[in-house]
Design a protein around this ligand. Structure first.
Ligand code: SF4
Ligand code: SF4
Length: 428
């Protein structure tokens, strides 16, 4: 990570990446032998699972692990289940990993794809039951809850992290699909009075007209395209816990919903911005579940010992530890860093330079916050140093003179507090 702040000098202004080509192109990557899908449910007893090694899978099939489970994945390929194993994600999130070996599946003359029938009438139930894991990963939880006071559905056509152009690509190339998605979402939420708006980088305002939704321009200065900063600038909704009236869906998620209802088939192709070791960018399209090694091969990139692969942008992405790690429905960017480019975190003592405070978009007293976080005093961090006001943009970590991984400490603190709260509710 580049670090250029010094005492008394204004922190660097960072600009988002833009797509300037008239008709940008994306290369199609295909999984070679297998894919892996994560189902967001802990794997319990394997003997109770509906899916076993050898279970045949069809492209477009919805897969649930246990009878009655709400969590599911949709396979973009046909084949058979090679393995079903527990997986621990970020912040100890427990999932089930399903690896599918790609191959022909014999037609047993069974039922037609159930989505094809329900796709004729868009509804919130259809969205929840079939489209929660489409590329872009729409979160329908608040939209589906009639008690939520939602006034605006904000479609994010700007990318919230640096170097990433995934949603801009969708805005440029999938206006009709977004329009279909908006129509489906309007039908599914017709009983509620929700205003649909789209936020796009200023240079894409004209292009976004094809989507049929009123579009607002977003500043190209980081972190103004962070969803909560967009909500503040576009609809005046306060960030950090006071944004109750706004729901966000990415442009890619809305386009995926539009394609699903138009074609009667659940789409599986994820759009990704790939950034190579030399900083060059390529747009790649790959089915959800494609192992990262298949993408690296497609773009001609090689990984050596000590190199780093990051899923997500440079400010908020996370390292992954295997080239067999799969693309997920919300993997907007993959960054490959050479070993020599990696600036390690050092976690030195805070020298109170104040750069983190200067860049924080929500005015968190970050220099105070790090002291509570360092001492593991998470409740005090929330009560006295506005932990909850942090929108997790990562800017403070970027400018920190002591290379303190502040953003990671913040995430850990929020996770720890969530666990404490959940434990208290369970014991109440
Ligand atoms: S990550 Fe850092 S700079 Fe960004 S909102 Fe949180 S405290 Fe502020
Ligand atoms: S945490 Fe301390 S050292 Fe790091 S940027 Fe903030 S004030 Fe400076």
């Amino acid at each position: 990570m580049i670090n250029s702040s010094i005492f008394g000098i204004a922190p660097p202004k960072l600009a988002y990446e833009t797509i300037d080509e008239e008709s940008p192109k994306s290369v199609q990557a295909s999984p070679k032998e297998k894919i892996t899908l994560f189902i967001e449910e802990a794997m319990e007893k394997a003997s109770d699972a509906l899916i076993k090694t050898g279970t045949p899978v069809r492209a477009g099939q919805k897969l649930t692990v246990y009878p009655g489970s709400k969590a599911y994945a949709v396979s973009p390929v046909s084949g058979e289940v090679e393995s079903i194993t527990p997986f621990t994600g970020i912040m100890e999130k427990q999932k089930t990993a399903l690896t599918i070996r790609i191959g022909e599946v014999q037609d047993d003359g069974g039922d037609a794809d159930p989505f094809e029938e329900v796709a004729k009438s868009p509804s919130m139930q259809v969205l929840l039951d079939y489209l929660a894991t489409v590329p872009g990963k729409p979160d329908f939880s608040r939209l589906a809850d009639d008690a939520e006071p939602i006034k605006t559905l904000l479609i994010l056509g700007a990318d919230s992290d640096l170097l990433t152009v995934t949603n801009q690509f969708v805005i440029k190339t999938a206006g009709d699909a977004i329009k279909n998605g908006v129509n489906a979402l309007q039908k599914a939420t017709s009983k509620r009075n929700i205003n649909f708006l789209m936020a796009v980088p200023n240079h894409l305002i004209q292009v976004s007209g094809t989507a049929g939704v009123s579009a607002k321009g977003v500043s190209s200065v980081f972190p103004m395209a962070h969803p909560e900063m967009i909500a503040l600038s576009v609809v005046g909704a306060e960030p950090a816990g006071k944004k109750d009236s706004v729901v966000f869906l990415s442009a890619e998620a809305v386009a995926s919903i539009g394609r699903a209802f138009k074609d009667g088939r659940i789409p599986g192709d994820k759009q990704i911005t790939f950034v190579g070791k030399d900083g060059s960018k390529k747009l790649v399209t790959a089915p959800v579940g494609t192992h990262v090694k298949d993408i690296l091969e497609k773009v001609g990139a090689t990984v050596k010992d000590g190199d780093r692969i990051i899923f997500g942008g440079p400010m908020t992405g996370v390292s992954i530890y295997s080239i067999d790690h799969p693309v997920e429905p919300d993997t907007d960017a993959i960054i490959l860093q050479d070993k020599s480019q990696i600036v390690p975190s050092e976690d030195l003592a805070c020298i109170n330079c104040g750069q983190c405070v200067r860049v924080c978009p929500t005015h968190v007293p970050v220099n105070e916050l790090v002291r509570y976080l360092d001492a593991g005093e998470y409740e005090q961090a929330a009560e006295r140093a506005e932990l909850d006001a942090c929108i997790e943009c990562g800017y403070c970590t970027y400018v920190c003179e002591s290379r303190i991984p502040i953003f990671q400490h913040i995430r850990l603190a929020k996770y720890a507090l969530e666990r404490i709260k959940a434990a208290e509710e369970n014991n109440a």
